[in-house]
Design a protein. Structure first.
Length: 562
């Protein structure tokens, strides 16, 4: 374990990592920080004691709807108090959370409802959200929608609702048994039946879907122990002789979406553990973020490289004081060196790169706060985590330190497996219990990890995993397409952007990028949309006739170099 000497003073790799049921995280925070603000949203605040009370009432409401151990409840929400309250309410009620992304295409949402066995789902009455799920009430097993409004936790909820309706942002919600308002869900005595989690390592807390190279997304089974061990790993990482955080005194600006594992673990779970005030924003708006960082004296801002690139590139960023920041983490994609250096100069705060996956509860490596830092590397293994590197073509062959291999990870944060997919689960783990990540990298003499390639056909676009296979299958539905290959091309803002190379059927009319984007709009997610298109007479193939991407990647690399 060459990384041990790179840890900050006092941080221990072998520190105890206590685990528990996830609801205990909130209960402990409410007991310790009861009067402190837990959430701020649109100027309204909820204390930790109030958050616990709301979660208990949500749990009682969910139990009235039939939620109990074994029942799966979906969350189809942006960042808002409803998400955190429902998340803990579902778990207190004994249920399992299923996260849904508003970025997903309709067919993916339909697949997730059926595959995850979701019968109840929480969403908002916004036109950008409700219609997608309202339509699934008739075509899937989905039976009940709990529908909130952005004004529910403001001093004047009816005024906010009236404003949104006048602005044309609200959908019409039917008054029937299939629809329950979020306020009605909470209308009870807050005394749910408790369901003790006797085995946190075996009990699923969250089904977190992740894309795949060979088809529709599959659900990573994240247990109560995975999530709470992750919190313990983060607490130890940020502790030591010079702790980064002061419990009960930190402010987190949460713009990363909570339905994504990165924000769920870092912003929400970690934020609650340290008693931070979590300032929720439904989306990343650059001017608003710059203003909030300065005016609200934010101390903790997790983000992705695109956010930091936008921030350092804004002409007004240097005009405000951002020196309240003391910890900023970057994940989801490689961080450009120039962005890192400009951010440090602007704020006085180092950007700490890390690496993790949905299957590892977003955790894997971190950059020590004090001590050795290596720009371009994504850090060293967190406490309790082991990494090994195996031959890409032979997983039984371990690679020596410093040589490239597929990264394999073991630790208390690694998922239980894939939901209802025992074969995929077995294929994803080595015989000695390491999860095979599909990323290729190497570790240097100080234990720092560098990722150089992927064994899986996957792109990183603005912090989101994008699988070319998904895009290709959607493009093949177009009647004019004979063959298609999708690769990732360099994008200075998003990191990568999908580009489609298409061979049309004989006699087909010419195809434009705009026409294909319009065709794909309802078939793939916004984060998966192609940004470039090239029509060719032929596409490169392997000697056995399979479509080949290597030549296309080489061509794009030469274009960029010239």
């Amino acid at each position: 374990m060459p990384w041990l000497h790179s840890y900050s003073p006092g941080v221990r790799w072998d520190a105890p990592l206590p685990t528990s049921a996830v609801p205990k995280v909130l209960a402990d925070a409410a007991a310790r920080y009861g009067d402190r603000p837990a959430i701020e949203f649109n100027g309204a605040r909820i204390t930790y004691a109030q958050l616990q009370a709301f979660a208990d009432r949500a749990a009682k409401g969910f139990q009235k709807l039939g939620v109990a151990p074994g029942v799966h409840v979906g969350l189809y929400l942006p960042n808002c108090p409803h998400y955190i309250i429902a998340f803990f309410g579902i778990l207190i009620a004994g249920g399992t959370v299923v996260n849904y992304s508003p970025l997903d295409a309709a067919r993916v949402l339909e697949h997730k409802v059926g595959d995850s066995e979701t019968d109840i789902l929480v969403t908002l009455d916004l036109k950008v959200l409700y219609p997608q799920m309202g339509g699934l009430l008739k075509s899937t097993r989905l039976k009940t929608l709990v529908v909130g409004n952005l004004g529910d936790f403001t001093p004047e909820p009816d005024t906010v609702a009236a404003f949104l309706r006048q602005a044309g942002q609200l959908a019409d919600i039917p008054a029937d048994d299939a629809h329950v308002s979020f306020r009605a869900l909470l209308d009870n005595d807050g005394q749910p039946q408790r369901h003790p989690v006797t085995d946190p390592a075996a009990t699923i807390a969250v089904l977190q879907y992740t894309g795949g190279t060979t088809g529709l997304p599959k659900g990573a089974m994240l247990t109560h122990a995975n999530l709470t061990a992750g919190c313990a790993q983060l607490v130890e990482t940020c502790g030591g002789d010079k702790p980064v955080f002061v419990p009960g005194q930190e402010r987190i600006l949460a713009v990363l979406p909570l339905f994504h594992i990165y924000a769920l673990t870092i912003n929400m779970m970690m934020g609650i553990v340290i008693g931070a005030e979590i300032i929720l924003h439904a989306k990343f708006e650059l001017e608003v973020v710059i203003r909030e960082l300065a005016e609200k004296r934010i101390t903790f801002f997790p983000g992705v490289p695109t956010m930091y690139a936008a921030l350092v590139g804004h002409p007004d960023a240097a005009k405000v004081d951002l020196h309240s920041l003391k910890f900023c983490g970057s994940g989801g994609a490689p961080l450009p060196t120039e962005v890192h250096e400009r951010f440090q100069k602007l704020t006085g705060c180092d950007l700490s790169e890390g690496w993790g996956m949905t299957e590892t509860t977003a955790l894997g490596t971190f950059t020590p706060v004090y001590g050795i830092r290596k720009i371009g590397a994504c850090g060293v293994p967190l406490p309790g985590i082991l990494l090994k590197f195996v031959d890409v073509d032979d997983a039984t062959k371990a690679m020596p330190l410093g040589e490239r291999g597929e990264i394999c990870i073991k630790g208390p944060n690694v998922m239980k497996g894939y939901w209802k997919k025992p074969e995929a689960t077995a294929e994803s783990f080595t015989a000695d219990g390491y999860f095979r990540t599909g990323d290729v990298g190497y570790m240097d003499e100080d234990g720092f990890l560098r990722i150089v390639d992927r064994t899986k056909d996957m792109l990183l676009c603005g912090g989101f995993n994008v699988y070319p296979r998904t895009i290709e299958e959607a493009i093949y539905e177009h009647e004019a397409v004979l063959e298609v290959t999708v690769i990732g091309i360099h994008d200075p803002y998003r990191g990568q952007t999908p580009k489609a190379f298409i061979k049309l059927k004989p006699g087909a009319a010419p195809m434009t990028l705009e026409a294909m984007q319009a065709f794909l709009k309802t078939r793939i997610g916004k984060h998966e949309m192609i940004g470039a298109l090239e029509i060719r007479d032929d596409l490169p193939k392997t000697p056995v006739g399979k479509l080949s991407k290597k030549e296309l990647y080489d061509e794009e690399a030469r274009k960029r170099a010239s």
